[in-house]
Design a protein around this ligand. Structure first.
Ligand SMILES: [Zn+2]
Length: 299
Protein backbone atom coordinates (compact mmCIF):
# COMPACT_ATOMS: atom_id res chain seq x y z
CA UNK A 1 0.00 0.00 0.00
CA UNK A 2 1.29 3.44 -0.79
CA UNK A 3 0.74 6.67 1.06
CA UNK A 4 -2.37 7.58 -0.94
CA UNK A 5 -4.04 4.23 -0.31
CA UNK A 6 -3.30 4.48 3.43
CA UNK A 7 -4.84 7.94 3.54
CA UNK A 8 -7.91 6.76 1.66
CA UNK A 9 -8.25 3.97 4.20
CA UNK A 10 -8.41 6.50 7.02
CA UNK A 11 -11.00 8.55 5.17
CA UNK A 12 -13.04 5.41 4.49
CA UNK A 13 -13.00 4.71 8.25
CA UNK A 14 -14.86 8.03 8.73
CA UNK A 15 -11.90 10.08 9.91
CA UNK A 16 -10.88 13.45 8.53
CA UNK A 17 -8.15 15.95 9.27
CA UNK A 18 -9.27 18.64 11.71
CA UNK A 19 -10.27 21.90 9.98
CA UNK A 20 -7.81 24.34 11.48
CA UNK A 21 -4.20 23.20 11.66
CA UNK A 22 -3.54 22.22 15.26
CA UNK A 23 -0.82 24.19 16.99
CA UNK A 24 2.20 22.12 17.84
CA UNK A 25 2.68 22.48 21.56
CA UNK A 26 3.12 21.11 25.03
CA UNK A 27 -0.41 20.38 26.26
CA UNK A 28 0.40 19.85 29.94
CA UNK A 29 3.22 18.81 32.22
CA UNK A 30 3.57 17.23 35.65
CA UNK A 31 6.47 16.91 38.06
CA UNK A 32 6.86 13.56 39.78
CA UNK A 33 9.44 12.70 42.45
CA UNK A 34 12.39 12.29 40.11
CA UNK A 35 10.66 12.46 36.75
CA UNK A 36 9.03 15.03 34.52
CA UNK A 37 6.05 14.29 32.32
CA UNK A 38 5.33 16.42 29.27
CA UNK A 39 2.27 15.85 27.16
CA UNK A 40 3.02 16.79 23.57
CA UNK A 41 0.48 17.38 20.86
CA UNK A 42 0.51 15.34 17.67
CA UNK A 43 -2.36 17.48 16.34
CA UNK A 44 -5.98 16.41 16.02
CA UNK A 45 -8.48 14.81 13.68
CA UNK A 46 -12.24 14.76 13.37
CA UNK A 47 -14.59 11.83 13.64
CA UNK A 48 -18.38 11.48 13.32
CA UNK A 49 -20.05 11.85 16.74
CA UNK A 50 -22.07 8.70 16.03
CA UNK A 51 -18.84 6.68 16.40
CA UNK A 52 -18.97 7.27 20.18
CA UNK A 53 -21.68 4.63 20.58
CA UNK A 54 -23.05 1.86 18.41
CA UNK A 55 -26.82 1.32 18.78
CA UNK A 56 -27.43 4.68 20.49
CA UNK A 57 -29.58 7.31 18.74
CA UNK A 58 -27.82 10.42 17.46
CA UNK A 59 -29.91 12.82 19.53
CA UNK A 60 -29.17 10.85 22.70
CA UNK A 61 -25.43 11.01 21.98
CA UNK A 62 -25.67 14.74 21.18
CA UNK A 63 -27.49 15.52 24.42
CA UNK A 64 -25.17 13.45 26.60
CA UNK A 65 -22.01 14.85 25.04
CA UNK A 66 -23.33 18.42 24.83
CA UNK A 67 -22.73 18.95 21.14
CA UNK A 68 -23.60 18.11 17.55
CA UNK A 69 -21.53 17.48 14.45
CA UNK A 70 -18.13 15.81 14.33
CA UNK A 71 -15.99 15.52 17.43
CA UNK A 72 -12.38 16.62 17.50
CA UNK A 73 -9.96 13.97 18.67
CA UNK A 74 -6.85 15.57 20.12
CA UNK A 75 -3.67 13.46 20.07
CA UNK A 76 -1.62 13.53 23.28
CA UNK A 77 1.81 11.92 23.30
CA UNK A 78 3.37 11.57 26.75
CA UNK A 79 7.11 12.03 27.21
CA UNK A 80 8.75 11.07 30.52
CA UNK A 81 12.22 12.30 31.41
CA UNK A 82 14.20 10.75 34.24
CA UNK A 83 17.95 11.32 34.32
CA UNK A 84 19.32 10.13 30.97
CA UNK A 85 16.15 8.27 30.19
CA UNK A 86 13.67 9.80 27.75
CA UNK A 87 10.60 7.60 27.38
CA UNK A 88 7.79 8.22 24.91
CA UNK A 89 4.35 6.64 25.32
CA UNK A 90 3.14 6.08 21.73
CA UNK A 91 4.51 8.29 19.01
CA UNK A 92 1.82 9.98 16.96
CA UNK A 93 0.55 9.53 13.42
CA UNK A 94 3.43 10.48 11.15
CA UNK A 95 2.96 11.86 7.65
CA UNK A 96 0.74 9.09 6.24
CA UNK A 97 -2.42 9.33 8.34
CA UNK A 98 -4.42 12.57 8.34
CA UNK A 99 -3.69 16.20 7.55
CA UNK A 100 -4.42 17.53 11.06
CA UNK A 101 -2.16 14.96 12.73
CA UNK A 102 1.54 14.13 12.56
CA UNK A 103 2.74 17.18 14.49
CA UNK A 104 4.83 15.36 17.09
CA UNK A 105 8.22 16.19 15.57
CA UNK A 106 7.36 19.90 15.67
CA UNK A 107 6.12 19.62 19.27
CA UNK A 108 9.30 17.83 20.33
CA UNK A 109 11.34 20.63 18.83
CA UNK A 110 9.18 23.21 20.61
CA UNK A 111 9.75 21.35 23.91
CA UNK A 112 13.50 21.09 23.30
CA UNK A 113 13.54 17.29 23.17
CA UNK A 114 15.98 15.97 20.56
CA UNK A 115 14.76 12.82 18.74
CA UNK A 116 18.17 11.17 19.17
CA UNK A 117 17.88 11.58 22.96
CA UNK A 118 14.80 9.33 23.15
CA UNK A 119 15.79 6.02 24.75
CA UNK A 120 12.48 4.09 24.81
CA UNK A 121 9.06 4.13 23.17
CA UNK A 122 6.28 2.15 24.88
CA UNK A 123 3.15 1.44 22.84
CA UNK A 124 -0.39 1.16 24.21
CA UNK A 125 -1.50 -0.34 20.88
CA UNK A 126 -0.67 -0.24 17.18
CA UNK A 127 -3.40 1.94 15.63
CA UNK A 128 -2.17 4.50 13.07
CA UNK A 129 -2.50 7.58 15.31
CA UNK A 130 -0.31 5.90 17.96
CA UNK A 131 2.15 3.91 15.88
CA UNK A 132 2.71 5.22 12.37
CA UNK A 133 4.65 8.20 13.73
CA UNK A 134 7.47 5.76 14.54
CA UNK A 135 8.72 6.48 11.01
CA UNK A 136 9.74 9.94 9.83
CA UNK A 137 9.14 11.51 6.40
CA UNK A 138 11.94 9.38 4.97
CA UNK A 139 10.47 6.15 6.36
CA UNK A 140 13.30 5.71 8.85
CA UNK A 141 12.75 5.48 12.63
CA UNK A 142 11.97 8.90 14.12
CA UNK A 143 14.04 8.07 17.21
CA UNK A 144 17.28 6.48 15.93
CA UNK A 145 18.55 5.37 19.36
CA UNK A 146 15.31 4.11 20.87
CA UNK A 147 14.23 0.66 21.96
CA UNK A 148 10.58 0.24 20.93
CA UNK A 149 8.38 -1.98 23.11
CA UNK A 150 4.94 -3.35 22.24
CA UNK A 151 2.62 -5.98 23.68
CA UNK A 152 3.20 -9.48 22.32
CA UNK A 153 -0.53 -10.10 21.65
CA UNK A 154 -0.84 -6.78 19.81
CA UNK A 155 2.07 -7.50 17.46
CA UNK A 156 0.74 -11.02 16.85
CA UNK A 157 -2.72 -9.68 15.96
CA UNK A 158 -1.57 -7.09 13.41
CA UNK A 159 1.01 -9.36 11.75
CA UNK A 160 -1.18 -12.47 11.43
CA UNK A 161 -2.16 -13.28 7.84
CA UNK A 162 -5.78 -13.59 9.06
CA UNK A 163 -5.91 -10.01 10.34
CA UNK A 164 -7.75 -8.85 7.21
CA UNK A 165 -10.57 -11.33 7.86
CA UNK A 166 -11.02 -9.96 11.38
CA UNK A 167 -11.24 -6.30 10.40
CA UNK A 168 -13.92 -4.41 8.49
CA UNK A 169 -12.80 -3.43 5.01
CA UNK A 170 -12.39 0.24 5.95
CA UNK A 171 -9.76 -0.76 8.54
CA UNK A 172 -7.56 -2.85 6.26
CA UNK A 173 -5.24 0.12 5.79
CA UNK A 174 -4.63 0.05 9.57
CA UNK A 175 -3.20 -3.47 9.27
CA UNK A 176 -1.12 -2.73 6.17
CA UNK A 177 0.34 0.33 7.88
CA UNK A 178 1.08 -1.52 11.14
CA UNK A 179 2.83 -4.31 9.24
CA UNK A 180 4.93 -1.80 7.34
CA UNK A 181 6.10 -0.02 10.52
CA UNK A 182 6.74 -3.30 12.37
CA UNK A 183 8.86 -4.52 9.46
CA UNK A 184 10.84 -1.28 9.26
CA UNK A 185 11.58 -1.21 13.01
CA UNK A 186 12.81 -4.80 12.78
CA UNK A 187 14.87 -5.98 15.74
CA UNK A 188 14.57 -2.59 17.47
CA UNK A 189 10.94 -3.54 18.27
CA UNK A 190 10.85 -5.67 21.42
CA UNK A 191 7.75 -7.61 22.51
CA UNK A 192 6.71 -7.88 26.15
CA UNK A 193 3.74 -9.17 28.15
CA UNK A 194 1.13 -7.17 30.05
CA UNK A 195 1.24 -7.63 33.81
CA UNK A 196 4.94 -6.85 34.14
CA UNK A 197 7.30 -3.90 34.42
CA UNK A 198 8.47 -2.90 30.95
CA UNK A 199 10.95 -0.41 32.42
CA UNK A 200 11.93 0.22 36.03
CA UNK A 201 8.95 1.88 37.74
CA UNK A 202 6.68 1.54 34.69
CA UNK A 203 4.33 -1.43 34.65
CA UNK A 204 2.16 -2.41 31.69
CA UNK A 205 -1.31 -3.71 32.56
CA UNK A 206 -3.93 -5.32 30.39
CA UNK A 207 -6.63 -2.99 29.02
CA UNK A 208 -7.64 -5.05 25.97
CA UNK A 209 -10.84 -4.35 24.07
CA UNK A 210 -10.08 -1.29 21.97
CA UNK A 211 -7.56 -3.61 20.32
CA UNK A 212 -6.77 -7.25 21.22
CA UNK A 213 -3.46 -6.40 22.90
CA UNK A 214 -4.16 -2.90 24.25
CA UNK A 215 -2.18 -2.09 27.41
CA UNK A 216 -1.99 0.89 29.74
CA UNK A 217 0.95 1.94 31.88
CA UNK A 218 1.24 2.66 35.58
CA UNK A 219 4.03 5.01 36.56
CA UNK A 220 4.77 4.62 40.28
CA UNK A 221 5.18 7.84 42.26
CA UNK A 222 4.98 8.75 45.97
CA UNK A 223 2.27 11.28 45.03
CA UNK A 224 0.08 8.44 43.74
CA UNK A 225 0.12 6.47 40.52
CA UNK A 226 -0.07 7.98 37.07
CA UNK A 227 -1.88 5.91 34.45
CA UNK A 228 -1.05 6.41 30.78
CA UNK A 229 -4.19 5.02 29.21
CA UNK A 230 -3.89 5.19 25.46
CA UNK A 231 -7.41 4.59 24.11
CA UNK A 232 -8.94 2.73 27.05
CA UNK A 233 -10.84 6.00 27.75
CA UNK A 234 -11.17 8.14 24.65
CA UNK A 235 -13.77 10.86 25.21
CA UNK A 236 -13.84 13.30 28.16
CA UNK A 237 -17.61 12.91 28.64
CA UNK A 238 -18.78 9.70 26.95
CA UNK A 239 -16.12 7.34 28.31
CA UNK A 240 -16.79 8.50 31.89
CA UNK A 241 -20.54 9.17 32.05
CA UNK A 242 -21.35 6.23 29.75
CA UNK A 243 -18.66 3.58 30.09
CA UNK A 244 -21.29 1.09 28.84
CA UNK A 245 -21.44 2.72 25.40
CA UNK A 246 -19.78 0.71 22.65
CA UNK A 247 -17.66 3.02 20.45
CA UNK A 248 -17.35 2.03 16.80
CA UNK A 249 -13.57 2.13 17.05
CA UNK A 250 -13.37 -0.60 19.73
CA UNK A 251 -12.42 -3.96 18.17
CA UNK A 252 -14.08 -6.05 20.89
CA UNK A 253 -16.75 -3.70 22.19
CA UNK A 254 -17.97 -5.85 25.09
CA UNK A 255 -14.47 -6.44 26.36
CA UNK A 256 -13.72 -2.72 26.05
CA UNK A 257 -16.78 -1.91 28.19
CA UNK A 258 -15.62 -4.29 30.93
CA UNK A 259 -12.09 -2.84 30.75
CA UNK A 260 -13.40 0.73 30.98
CA UNK A 261 -15.55 0.01 34.04
CA UNK A 262 -12.72 -1.76 35.84
CA UNK A 263 -10.29 1.03 34.99
CA UNK A 264 -12.60 3.86 36.08
CA UNK A 265 -13.34 2.12 39.37
CA UNK A 266 -9.64 1.64 40.06
CA UNK A 267 -8.57 5.15 39.00
CA UNK A 268 -11.27 6.73 41.20
CA UNK A 269 -10.43 4.52 44.20
CA UNK A 270 -6.68 5.16 43.94
CA UNK A 271 -7.13 8.84 43.09
CA UNK A 272 -4.73 8.23 40.24
CA UNK A 273 -3.75 10.86 37.76
CA UNK A 274 -4.72 9.66 34.30
CA UNK A 275 -3.43 10.64 30.88
CA UNK A 276 -5.68 9.87 27.92
CA UNK A 277 -4.34 10.02 24.40
CA UNK A 278 -7.53 11.66 23.13
CA UNK A 279 -8.66 13.47 26.30
CA UNK A 280 -8.72 17.23 25.98
CA UNK A 281 -6.49 18.70 28.70
CA UNK A 282 -4.33 15.58 28.64
CA UNK A 283 -4.04 14.83 32.35
CA UNK A 284 -6.65 14.69 35.11
CA UNK A 285 -8.43 12.52 37.64
CA UNK A 286 -11.53 10.34 37.75
CA UNK A 287 -14.36 11.21 40.15
CA UNK A 288 -17.47 9.23 40.85
CA UNK A 289 -20.60 11.07 39.67
CA UNK A 290 -24.10 9.66 40.07
CA UNK A 291 -23.95 6.06 38.96
CA UNK A 292 -20.93 6.70 36.77
CA UNK A 293 -17.86 8.95 36.61
CA UNK A 294 -16.53 12.26 35.37
CA UNK A 295 -13.14 13.44 34.13
CA UNK A 296 -11.60 16.35 36.03
CA UNK A 297 -8.80 17.84 33.95
CA UNK A 298 -5.68 19.22 35.61
CA UNK A 299 -2.43 17.85 37.01
ZN1 LIG B 1 -6.19 6.60 19.23
Amino acid sequence: MDRRELLLGAVAAGLTGAGAPALSQVVASAKLEDRTLSILSDGAFEMPRSMLAREVAGDVIAQATKGTGPITNVLNVTCMRQGDKVVMFDCGSGANFLAGAGKLAASLEFAGIAPDSVTHVLFTHLHPDHFWGALDDFDTPLFPNATWIADRREVAFWTAPQVYEKLPEDRHAFAAGAQRVIKTLGDALVQKDAGSEWLAGIAAFDTAGHTPGHVSFEIADPGGPVFVLGDALTHPIASFAHPEWRPASDFDADRAVATRKRLLDRAAAEQARIIGYHLEGGIGRVERAGGAYRFVAGA
